[in-house]
Design a protein around this ligand. Structure first.
Ligand code: FE2
Length: 902
């Protein structure tokens, strides 16, 4: 058969049959125009009346009196949108759809799942116009009746043509009247107006099929739908398009506005990076490698959920903060370099707040950010008043203690950095000719003095008692560059910690290093220890502030952005390009990919962009994103993204079949790892049951063309800069697939939740986690004046090193909204996908998954009240709940959503 153009319905029968009973619609029209495909049957023509809303037309129809038929009712549910909030953002286009509905219809065409056995051709479709027959605030329904002849067989898909002049959001279609019960088609998709694009949309039923099992009548449509979604890679993408394609990160800078805002391309040989969604915007005038930031930020239409989610949709609050609140802050705090004059001035952010005169005109902010923006009743100004973080409520002085600093490496928001010391002495792998002597200044003597005769360093290494935060080799190459920037500085750092017999960590030493400078100064490095003398103690506090800024930067740029948001985007693009919506693995992954492309587009626009929130508030300044590319190049491997391998690679776990979850932890009371392994195993059990159900024959993995293309594209295109690097598992067996999918699900759920939802709790009071250390140590090549200032008022030196007022308040406001769960948050395992419910085996597996996650809540609660777990319970300690599966709305420090949506 000659190939029909993309998504053209099969040649519809040239004849029409009338309804047995014309149904009268609410709008007064006769609504039904059924079409039956039975080309081989002779039919005698007669006239029928067919209504199209208020118009009535006459058509010629051919009944087939001998054929039995079923009366089938189609109900289409359409979601009204919440309005055009995002239109100014340019990443979606809201509109009030209800006003556009009257008198307009949807043309539906039922597609048979099977080819015509006599001709081997696709059967004709059965057409009908669906008319609006009900609406409430939540949804609008359209109805249509069909007569389906028994020869038509099972319905496999429905074509939809939107006769309105505007797009509409189709939630689902239910076809009722078949002997086997209703057929459900979950759409959750925007359908364009036929006036914008004559191509019809196809929606398959919820049934999953591996490619080779696709019913014969749907094979062409399955392939063609993927061709449409891949697009042609040409031109600028329009906001209504659905095309998933790849591009490099070349839109972070804005060189046309200012030459200082030019940024390197991330992605490619110089700076390997995952790919982002291609938007096809024109190149800038001044840099042919950069894409212009003018116009909208395209994401495929169905990735734009903002207009159908509630008003509190997370992206909206982020947008409000960066777009309205931050400019107001910049007006209120005139001197951008001004630090906090004393510690009580920091406390005032939670008590009195910051006056924001500008917000008078932006009343909507108060509704969107009720936690942050308050009206003072007896004054004419609005006030930005921060909520006191849970850590502060429980212990006013929590941030000051070394024990808490160490505990947070295991139970804070960056539990991904701590690693076992396996070799002694510590050595840098950087080129000594450029960076100076590679030997660490942390000597055996220093460590043995600090562990006070417990054991020798050799014993400590052998017994796995020495741990480290290693920000030496990653940061050192950027130190001289960053020091050229105003208002910031940088070191390479190493922080050594000792595991005491009660399973808590004790910080031993911090080494800060500056490489040789361009003006001829040699390498500088010094070790600071928490000794009792006043000078050493203040230097220790200052060194700790530097390490915390390093850890903050690594957390945001690597543990959070790179490893979750950024690394996941290519999986989403490949899944939409290579796996049909009817592929079971598409259906399994889809909820884990919701909202991520949209929030990532917003991040590219306002958070990680040149001169954006990250660059202006973190130590590495305009080199921040480059550093995340270096981390991707040097550290990222797919096989290390799953939790067990991640722990093993950092020396925090070894495989041990006798240990819980098959892994023995180097630190038994490691809250993130303990709860994480529970969650990992729970996800893996669910994924295993799912995969084994759809691949009962293991050889089907290797022969599944869609699946193989998907995995190849992820490795060679989406993460193509690392295609020749180690760590890519094969995809030949069900166990390979289970491992790959479990890893993706874990990254989108557990990993992201662990590094995201505690941000305000732990960094809302910034002395605990400053994002930037602005001044060098007073003992590094000091001037007399610097030394005197330090000696006279060391607290002043610490406050000057900390973020400025504007930096601190910007970050606090952003972290507050990033830590928030919206009331319509979708927690993993809470509600099943419609397709999962329809397959009894999968439904049962989901029930088990849900039940297990509920059990986890109890287990985690019990752990948090067990005083023997000193790293998660104790006086004034915030319990470790970041991996507790469910949560109430708000900033709760718990809850694991399906996907990365904030
Ligand atoms: Fe996030």
């Amino acid at each position: 058969m000659s190939k029909t153009p993309l998504h053209q319905s099969p040649p519809a029968s040239p004849t029409l049959v009338p309804l047995s009973k014309p149904s009268s619609q609410a709008n007064g029209g006769i609504a039904i125009l059924p079409v039956q495909s039975a080309p081989s049957i002779q039919k005698s023509p007669r006239k029928v009346r067919v209504g199209l809303a208020s118009n009535t037309i006459e058509v010629v129809a051919s009944p087939s009196p001998i054929e039995k038929s079923l009366s089938v009712k189609a109900v289409v549910t359409v979601k009204p949108t919440t309005g055009g909030f995002f239109s100014e953002l340019g990443i979606s286009g809201g509109f009030d759809m209800i006003t556009d509905l009257i008198g307009k219809t949807l043309l539906l065409e039922l597609v048979s799942a099977e080819l015509d056995p006599k001709t081997g051709q696709e059967k004709g479709t059965i057409k009908g116009y669906a008319h609006k027959n009900g609406q409430n605030e939540e949804e609008v329904t359209y109805e249509c009746k069909f007569e389906v002849g028994e020869e038509f067989g099972e319905v496999g898909a429905v074509f939809v043509e939107n006769e309105h002049h505007k797009e509409m959001y189709l939630k689902d279609i239910v076809l009722d009247g078949f002997a086997g019960g209703p057929i459900n088609i979950s759409c959750n998709s925007w359908v364009h107006s036929k006036y914008d694009n004559p191509q019809k949309r196809v929606f398959f039923t919820n049934k999953c099929y591996l490619p080779t099992e696709t019913p014969s009548g749907l094979r062409r449509l399955r392939e063609e739908e993927l061709v449409i979604l891949r697009g042609d890679g040409q031109g600028e993408r329009k906001s209504y398009e659905r095309i998933y394609d790849y591009d490099v990160y070349n839109d972070l800078g804005n060189p046309d506005s200012d030459v200082d805002k030019k940024r390197p391309v991330l992605g490619g040989k110089e700076f390997p990076y995952p790919r982002r969604c291609r938007t096809g915007r024109p190149r800038t005038n001044t840099d042919p490698l950069s894409e212009s930031r003018s116009g909208s930020i395209y994401v495929p239409r169905d990735e734009q959920f903002s207009t159908i989610k509630g008003l509190t949709f997370s992206a909206k609050t982020v947008y409000s903060v960066v777009h309205a609140l931050v400019p107001s802050l910049e007006t209120a705090i005139v001197d951008s370099n001004l630090g906090f004059p004393h510690f009580t001035a920091i406390d005032e952010l939670f008590n009195e707040g910051v006056n924001l005169p500008q917000l008078q005109k932006q009343g909507f902010l108060k509704d969107l950010l009720p936690r942050l923006v308050k009206t003072v009743t007896d004054a004419s100004e609005d006030v930005l008043r921060f909520e006191t973080p849970e850590t502060m409520i429980r212990d006013r002085f929590f941030w000051f203690s070394d024990e808490e600093f160490a505990r947070q490496t295991l139970a804070g928001i960056n539990p991904y950095a701590i690693q076992l010391v396996t070799e002694w002495p510590l050595m840098s792998e950087l080129d000594p000719k450029v960076y100076g002597p590679p030997e660490s200044a942390i000597t055996t003597e220093i460590i043995e003095r600090e562990i006070k005769g417990f054991m020798t360093v050799d014993e400590a290494v052998k017994q796995k008692k020495l741990f480290m935060l290693d920000y030496h080799d990653l940061f050192l190459p950027y130190v001289n560059k960053v020091r050229q920037l105003k208002g910031t500085t940088l070191y390479g750092s190493r922080t050594l910690l000792f595991l005491t017999p009660d399973e808590t960590l004790k910080p031993l030493a911090i080494e800060l290093t500056r490489p040789p400078t361009d003006d001829g100064k040699p390498q500088w490095k010094q070790v600071f220890t928490p000794t009792c003398h006043a000078t050493s103690m203040w230097l220790w506090r200052l060194a700790k502030a530097h390490v915390l800024a390093h850890d903050s930067g690594y957390h945001q740029l690597v543990s959070h952005w790179l490893r979750t948001h950024c690394a996941t985007e290519p999986y989403i693009i490949a899944t939409n390009r290579q796996l049909s919506e009817m592929h079971p693995i598409y259906k399994l992954l889809q909820p884990h990919f919701r909202y991520t492309m949209e929030i990532n587009a917003l991040a590219r626009g306002y958070l990680i962009n040149g001169d954006g929130i990250i660059e202006t508030t973190f130590s590495p300044g305009k080199y921040s994103m480059e550093l995340s590319a270096v981390a991707y190049d040097k550290q990222w491997q797919f096989d290390l993204q799953g939790l067990p391998n991640d722990l093993i690679s950092r020396g925090l776990a070894v495989e041990d079949p006798t240990a819980p979850h098959g892994h023995k932890l180097a630190i038994e009371d490691y809250p993130f790892a303990n709860d994480g392994l529970l969650l990992w195993d729970t996800i893996k059990e669910w994924v295993t049951k799912y995969v084994n159900h759809y691949y009962p024959d293991p050889s089907c993995i290797a022969s599944d063309k869609e699946l193989q293309s998907w995995w190849t594209e992820i490795r060679t295109v989406g993460h193509g800069d690392k295609k020749d690097s180690p760590g890519w598992p094969d995809l030949k067996t069900p166990s390979d697939l289970i491992h790959i999918v479990t890893t993706m699900v874990w990254v989108a759920s557990g990993h992201h939740a662990a590094v995201n939802f505690g941000q305000y709790t732990y960094a809302g009071y910034f002395p605990n986690r400053p994002t930037i250390a602005r001044t060098k140590m007073p003992v590094e090549d000091p001037t007399e004046e610097e030394l005197k200032m330090f000696w006279d008022k060391p607290e002043g030196a610490l406050l000057t090193c900390f973020p400025s007022q504007i930096q601190a308040t910007k970050v606090m406001a952003v972290l507050d909204v990033l830590s928030n769960h919206s009331p319509d948050e979708e927690y993993m395992g809470q509600d099943p996908e419609p397709a999962w419910k329809e397959e009894p085996v999968i439904n049962a597996a989901f029930e088990r998954f849900h039940g297990r996650l509920k059990e986890l809540e109890g287990i985690i609660d019990a752990r948090n009240t067990d005083q023997s777990f000193k790293n998660r319970s104790g006086a004034g300690i915030v319990p470790y709940e970041l991996l507790k599966p469910f949560s109430e709305p708000g900033v709760t420090g718990k809850g694991v959503p399906y996907s990365i949506s904030i």
